[in-house]
Structures are given as structure tokens and as C-alpha cells.
Design a protein around this ligand. Sequence first.
Ligand SMILES: Nc1ncnc2c1ncn2[C@@H]1O[C@H](COP(=O)(O)OP(=O)(O)OP(=O)(O)O)[C@@H](O)[C@H]1O
Length: 449
Amino acid sequence: MTLSPGILNILIVDDEINIRKTLAYCLETEGHSVVAVADSQGALREAKQRSFDIAFIDLRLEGEDGMDLIPPLLVESPWLKIVVITANATIETAVEAMRRGAADYIEKPFTSAQVRLLIRTLGHIRDLENEITVLREDRRRFAPEVLLQSRNPQMLKIIDMLYKAAASEAMILLRGESGTGKSVFARTIHGWSRRAKKPMMIVSCPAVPSELLESELFGHAKGAFTGAVKENPGRIAACEGGTLFLDEIGDMALPIQAKLLRFIQDKEYERLGETLSRKANVRIITATNVNLEQRVAEGRFREDLFYRINVISVNVLPLRERRDDIMPIARDFCKFFSLANHKNIEGFDERAERALLEYSWPGNVRELRNAIERAVILGSGDRITEDDLPESIVPAIAFPGIGDAVPLATIEELHIRKILKKSPSIQEAAGTLGIDQATLWRRRKAYGI
Ligand SMILES: Nc1ncnc2c1ncn2[C@@H]1O[C@H](COP(=O)(O)OP(=O)(O)OP(=O)(O)O)[C@@H](O)[C@H]1O
């Protein structure tokens, strides 16, 4: 792996001018920006004025102990990577420096190669930390916070059961239609478990071509098959200590099922193209939206694997069977997308709410989320109206033909509705209808539009 961090801001604190000069020269020739000071007062002054990524601190400063500078510098910049410079490195001083928050130490006299290696390693860590901050922020902005809550008694039972199961190592099978939130549940289970600080990965079985799924899960050796130009450790190894969520397990090919069964039973597997047996400690959670019992009966799913994964099995209810959850989830989405799109939408008007509650939501929470995001983006008022919702939810009005046996007012209402839907503004709608805006307002009031 080549480590090449970007430009780093580096602080040097050393009372020896020669060390300041040589260290600064070495770091500047690597392209970094360096500030060198002789004492802790100077260090704290600089740290207040600009943000540093790395600081080198000599432990023996004239008349003061460099060790005492570590905590206040970290208060100023918690992300700072501190390297202590010591002339007589004993294990105890190094341990004490680490205890106070230093990232590493270097012993005098040091070579420029040592400094460069240290900087690359710490710079790489700094880059990764920055990347994590950006990713966290993106996740917060682009994905609404998921609070597993429900008003449905059956769902509450399921949530309670999963909470209890999370603490154990039991296999969990999540069943339910597409979009009901099975992967949201899997993530939550992982978050509740003792494995929470370890990785959680999702592999959607149908999304990976069958011939690649085996190497995706178990890894492969270099040259294991055409195209295997380098080694791949596989998701199981990458999830060590954590959780692997296998979505749509019903679509897994039989030979991979056999290998997965062995892994679940013995915690052992081999990479493709290798005979070495490897061990891994990974919890497997599975999900399906097909009837696995039927797949077993048809010989498309291994019965022994089915019994292994089906220890705790829950049915995540489709949205139409927990209608009480529609509006709370819709309101959360509305709040989230409104903020994300810099809008000030407060909720839904009565008709929109009725439409959301009456719709059957075949795409479940995923469809609800998409509908609300669209409505927030397209909506112009302070509340989402029926007109902002997709036609699948509020079907286009069936228009009677001219001469059909309907009252004149019905034709008028439907015509006004259609023109309003098409027009970018009330003014333009009034223009198309050939009436003034006040008349249009009165008609809208009369028809409840
Ligand atoms: N309780 C919830 N609160 C907020 N968002 C949710 C909730 N449940 C599901 N979602 C959102 O709905 C969408 C679909 O959820 P998810 O992918 O977990 O469904 P799924 O059942 O795994 O679907 P599939 O079977 O198609 O993989 C996601 O955007 C998810 O964030």
C-alpha cells in the first residue's frame, strides 16, 4: 500500500534550533507546511491561531516538561497527532506520553527516512479520519435517521424480540416484502449487539452474479480464475468480529449454500483457489422476500441451511398492514427532506394525508420515502398537497366526455383541477381558463381545490 497524505500542517516544538531547522527542512521538502517554535507558550499561541494535523514535541524543553504540553494541545485540537521527541527513550517515558494522548514517539538522533515514514503513517490516519467525518456528514444529510418505532402491536413485539436476540449470537432470518426495512432492521440489530463497533456489511445475493458471489463472500487467491488479477480477502474476512447481512438469501446458488452452511457450522472456509482453511468470527443475519419453505420443497434451497438460518425468524409487516405507522414515518421523512432541500414544509394537508393513509404501498417504506422526497422537492406551499404526490398514489381524475350525463359543475371542477396541475402558477392557470384570479380563487374554494 502506498501512503501519500495530502499537505499537512505540522508544528515543531523544540528548544534546540538545529532540530527545529533540520526537522522543518525535512518536512518542507515533502511539501508540508511547517511552523517551528521553541517553547510551550509559543506552541499554544500557534495552536490557537491555526489548525495543525501533527505536532512534534521535544520532551526536554528548556526549563519545562514537554509532556505537560500534550493535554492542552489536544484540548485545542482533539484530532492532533502528537509525536514526542526524546533523547533517551525509555519505555516508561514513551508509555507515559501515549497515556497523555501522544500518537507516537521518535528517538534522537533520528534520520529523515524515519521522520518521513512516521509522517506518512500519521498523515494517512489523518486522511482516513477526515474521510470518515465527510462520510458521516453525508450519511446524516442523505439518509433520514431511522428510529425503529411503531404503533403497531405486532411490530412492537418484533422490535422487542429482535432487541433481545441482538445480544445473543442467534441466527436471525428477516422475512418481508421488498422495501419493508429488512436491511434497516439488520443494521439496528448489529448496532444493538456487542459487535456494534466492528464492521457490518451487506451483500445482496441477486445483485452479485452467481459466479462472483462465492469470491465476494469467501475471497479468492490471485489467479484463482480468469480476471482474478489480485487477491481478494472476501467479505467474511473483512467483517471479522462483526456482522454480515445476506439479503435475498433465497437467490443464492446451491454450491455457495453448501459453503455457507459449512462456515455457519464450523466457522471455517477456504478462499477460492486455496486449500488453506481459514477461521472467522462473523455473525450472519439473513433476509428473504420469497417463501424459503417452498424453495426447499422445490430443491432450490438446502433444507439443512434453512434450519440453520431459521433460528429466530421475524416477519416485517408490509406498510399496508400497519397503517398507524404511515403518518409518523411520513412526517419524519418530510422533516428530513425539507431540511435537506432548504424548504420550510410543515407537513401534509388533510387530503394528502388521507391519500397517504388510503394507498396500499406495494413498495412499502421505500416507496413512501421516494414519494415524500419527490413531494418536498416539487411542492411549493408550506404543506404537501395531493397535487405534490405521484399519480400512483393519487390517480389522475377520470375525465367524463363532453355530452356525458354529468352536471356542468363536475366538468368545471375537473377542468380547473387539470389546468391547475399543469400550470406553473395560479396566474397562468387563470389565464388559460379565461377568468381572473379572484374568480379562480372563488371556484377553488367552492370545489375545495
Ligand atoms: N423504520 C424506518 N424508518 C425510516 N426509514 C426506513 C424504515 N424502514 C425502512 N426505511 C427506508 O426504506 C428504504 C427501504 O428499506 P430497506 O432497504 O431496509 O428494505 P428491505 O426490506 O431490505 O428491501 P429489499 O428486500 O428490497 O432489500 C430505505 O431507504 C430505508 O432507509
